[in-house]
Design a protein around this ligand. Sequence first.
Ligand SMILES: Nc1ncnc2c1ncn2[C@@H]1O[C@H](COP(=O)(O)OP(=O)(O)OP(=O)(O)O)[C@@H](O)[C@H]1O
Ligand SMILES: [Mg+2]
Length: 206
Amino acid sequence: MWIVCSHDLSYKAWLENGHHFKGDYEDAEKMLCDIAKALRYLQGQRVLHNDIKPSNILYRRETGAKLIDFGCAQHGPKTRSGRGSPWYTPPEYLAHGYGGFPAEIWGLGIVMIFLLKLMPLPEFSQGWITEDIKLNHKDKTELKDIEHKKGVKAKQAMGAWLTTVRRVRSMLPKNAVAETVYKMLDGYLDTRVQAQELVTHINNQG
Ligand SMILES: Nc1ncnc2c1ncn2[C@@H]1O[C@H](COP(=O)(O)OP(=O)(O)OP(=O)(O)O)[C@@H](O)[C@H]1O
Ligand SMILES: [Mg+2]
């Protein structure tokens, strides 16, 4: 294991002005490039990280970004676990109760809107229990009333969050990183950019 002498992105040294990212555009660009390559590598190994978020990315300007914490990782292509953090969970999890390699790209897309300073660290927003989303995919007659209510509450919270993400996506600025993030936060699985295409796209921009 590599021990990296750098802070994770949720650490106070990387935050300012009400939990906004303190770094600049070049930091965001470098992290997108490094973590996109990490995701391409993992997908090549058929490994899902399942917990892409700022606190699982270590970053230092001199050495770049490293993805850490494989505590939720699984073999792909599908994950049914609900252990990841709610804000980074993709719309397909709400619709079908599972994620996969496209979910990793979505998670990185959410990290990127934080790095582009378009929203504060999502962890400071109202959350929900990811696992509870799956209650909405069970037969209602098999659920206790309290479980059904928990499922509905989580679904509403996630729906509201996805509306916020769609709004931020529609207002992304015109620059190379934001243009890439737009492709990562595509709500449709079939058209969301994939890891290999993402790395190629970034290399072509550079
Ligand atoms: N390889 C590493 N090099 C340097 N620091 C590390 C490394 N792995 C972890 N850390 C430090 O330890 C902290 C916690 O590690 P990790 O994310 O693996 O566990 P966790 O945060 O307890 O899990 P969770 O993300 O589920 O809360 C990281 O934020 C980072 O500061
Ligand atoms: Mg962690």
